[in-house]
Design a protein around this ligand. Structure first.
Ligand code: NOJ
Ligand code: CA
Length: 687
């Protein structure tokens, strides 16, 4: 009945049958498109025969041109089928299937200058995407976009997992509410974030929703290039989300482009179960193949230690002055020895360079860091040499304090120094409001800055792990030196923010932010109560859940962040030594958004499997079928689980280690404590 009603509604809106349609290869998803009586373009999406996106408008307003929101006619239609399998240099899986049916519609004004643009729709089995393409045309050399008006009208009021549409930060806690109840301003009030601006009742993407009919949709964008990041403005009455681009105080437009150009893809991952969202490759598939050749000759996925957590729990300082400086040659060497002894191949050293005494000075952040001058107690070349002698790579640290003009001026010298010393990875940071003032982290100017760092990194054989980044949009396919990024409220918030990250945070992140790409979350804190250093704060997780995150939260670089003494004598540390960081294949075995999730991954180039399973504050018993294992083998399973009386707050470090022999016919019963988890290492016996 509902389907019939919506079809009638669509028909009345479209005044005839839709002009064009395209179906996914498996036939389950269908995109329809038409213009209404006023020449306004609309598209709609059906899934399994039911509408999931109602007829929704497409269009633009400009600073110095008439809007492109009506008076349009479809003047050309083209279709294309595509099917390829490509290989990720590193990733959640080696082989990625990229199969879609495409519909390209040309819209032309029926009056005036007869301006024209195409919309390219793609229907995949795991979702849909579309982008606008503006061809070269007479009399219109440059577009100054005031706003993009892409609508996503939903047929019901779904449950949504969202963060506010902050123009500067993604480091918010996720909220769960019906779409009609989203209040980004209220959610913003208590955010303990250094730099934050929420100008509209909008959300950042990925935003994931679940309808009462059990359909899961996640809205995001792919291939964000030379364009502003897109937030989604909430229309609570109309049950719609609508694009709202991040702007700038320095310009009267949000995006400025010479024609021809194309926008990023607007994406919706769609499935009838939550795990399928995590297994989707839609976002990377919508990006171009590598433009920088191979990266694996200078970057290999790795686990890394750091002079880092020390500063977050305040046992050491970034700054040299004050007598507690963390980044000393001696401490770095101690950590390198520890890494080498434990199958960890990277070390991050923060606070190594001059400038940290006044890096957050609101007035004078420009010019503070030069990224080449070390403090007197840190011998950079010696740390690199010593690390290399032990098989441990230095990860350079460039905290720009968002003084981007300074970084742009000095990046060449900074990357030059790295090249001279043979350093092939850098963690960048953009804490604070952006210099030049008036720019925001997620506007077009900064999107271009982050891209230029990737390009310059590639020229110097440097891989980038950006903090306070632009959101991931699958660019890692085109720039595989984009190894990981933050763009999430990471575990560091547990060290110093009131309340920290609650137990439901990671099971929410897995179905939202993680759909966009790798996360530098920094799991692996064993001293979860932070005693005796930070008595008022704690990590809201059991120790076993910290292990599970190494499998659940995907990144090709995984930190092992706690102080060395936290791991000493802990049998559970064996899991961190063993766990892989690069994967042949990955399967999400179960999960619900914000509640729990279980992922199994097979190590790349090997035959071991790892399982991570974690829950929110609810305890759970989960049955995990091992039918993904090789049928010809038996495996030794080492199961790191919560003890029966474990609890994220009352008893977080109680864990058990059990061993079993299993085959693909077995079912593991994993018992997760409140706020807990389980991690399993499976090694074939008959290798
Ligand atoms: C914020 C980053 O997220 C954090 O990891 C880093 O330690 C500080 N900035 C200092 O650069
Ligand atoms: Ca951060």
């Amino acid at each position: 009945m509902k389907a019939l009603f919506t079809t009638l509604l669509a028909a009345s809106l479209w005044h005839s049958l839709p002009a064009a349609e395209v179906r996914s290869p498996d036939g389950q998803l269908q995109i329809s498109c038409d213009v209404d009586a006023q020449g306004v373009p609309h598209y709609a999406v059906d899934f399994q025969g039911e509408p999931v996106v109602l007829p929704s408008t497409l269009g633009f307003t400009f600073v110095d041109q008439e809007p492109l929101q009506g008076g349009l006619a479809i003047t050309d239609t083209q279709t294309r089928d595509f099917d390829e399998t490509w290989e990720m240099p590193w990733g959640e899986r080696r082989e990625v299937e990229n199969r879609f049916h495409e519909l390209r519609l040309t819209f032309t004004e029926d009056h005036g200058a007869h301006r024209t643009f195409d919309v390219v729709f793609r229907a995949y089995d795991d979702g849909i995407a579309f982008r606008y393409v503006f061809p070269e045309q007479d009399g219109w050399p440059e577009a100054k976009i005031a706003e993009e008006h892409t609508q996503f009208r939903l047929d019901t009021d779904p449950m949504c997992w969202w963060i506010p549409g902050d123009w500067d930060s993604y480091e918010h806690l996720y909220n769960q509410s019906r779409l009609s109840e989203i209040d980004a301003f209220k959610a913003h009030e208590n955010a303990a974030i250094m730099r934050s601006i929420v100008p509209h009742n909008a959300v950042n993407t990925p935003v994931t929703v679940q309808t009462d009919a059990g359909v899961y949709l996640s809205f995001h964008e792919a291939a964000l290039t030379d364009y502003a990041g897109m937030t989604l403005r909430v229309d609570p009455q109309g049950l719609a989300l609508e694009s709202c681009l991040v702007g700038s105080e320095r310009t009267d437009y949000k995006v400025r482009r010479q024609l021809p150009f194309e926008t990023p893809w607007r994406t919706i991952q769609i499935a009838d179960n939550a795990p399928a969202l995590i297994d989707s490759s839609l976002i990377v598939n919508l990006n171009e193949p590598s433009r920088i050749g191979e990266v694996t000759d200078y970057f290999q996925p790795m686990k890394y230690v750091g002079i880092w957590w020390d500063m977050h729990i305040r046992t050491k300082t970034w700054a040299y002055e004050g007598g507690q400086h963390g980044a000393t040659t001696a401490y770095a060497k101690e950590l390198i020895d520890f890494a080498a002894a434990n199958n960890l191949h990277g070390i991050l050293v923060e606070g190594w360079n001059t400038g940290w005494e006044n890096w957050m000075d609101a007035k004078s952040r420009e010019g503070i860091f030069d990224f080449t001058t070390a403090y007197p107690d840190y011998d950079l070349a010696e740390v690199v040499r010593y690390g290399k002698s032990k098989g441990v790579e230095l990860i350079m640290h460039h905290e720009t304090s968002a003084a981007v003009t300074t970084y742009n001026d000095r990046i060449d010298a900074a990357f030059g120094l790295m090249k001279d010393l043979g350093i092939h990875a850098v963690k960048t940071g953009y804490v604070g409001d952006i210099y030049p003032q008036g720019e925001y982290h997620h506007g077009q100017w900064m999107v271009n800055h982050y891209r230029s760092v990737l390009e310059q990194g590639a020229a110097h054989q440097v891989a980038i792990n950006a903090h306070e980044p632009i959101k991931p949009t699958g660019i890692r396919r085109t720039y595989p030196n984009a190894i990981a990024r933050e763009g999430v409220r990471g575990q560091e918030f547990d060290a110093w923010s009131p309340g920290g990250n609650p137990p439901n945070h990671v099971p929410t992140v897995a179905f939202t932010r993680m759909l966009a790409g790798p996360i530098d979350y920094t799991p692996g804190i064993f001293n979860v109560k932070l005693a005796p250093y930070q008595p008022d704060y704690q990590v809201n997780s059991t120790l076993a859940k910290q292990l599970a995150m190494y499998v659940v939260v995907y990144s090709p670089i995984q930190m092992v962040p706690d102080l060395m003494e936290a791991y000493t004598g802990e049998p559970a540390f064996q899991f961190i030594r063993d766990v892989a960081v690069d994967w042949e294949q990955s399967h999400t075995l179960n999960g619900e958004i914000g509640a729990y999730v279980t992922i199994a991954r097979q190590e790349r180039g090997g035959d071991r499997w790892f399982i991570g399973s974690l829950t929110n504050e609810e305890p759970r018993a989960l049955e995990v079928k091992l039918d993904f294992l090789d049928p010809d083998r038996t495996y030794r399973a080492v199961i790191y689980g919560d003890a029966s009386d474990a609890h994220w707050d009352k008893n977080p470090t109680a864990y058990t280690i059990s061993r079993r022999t299993v085959t693909r016919d077995d079912v593991l019963e994993l018992k997760l404590a409140p706020g807990g988890g389980a991690a399993v290492a499976l090694t074939p016996l008959n290798r």
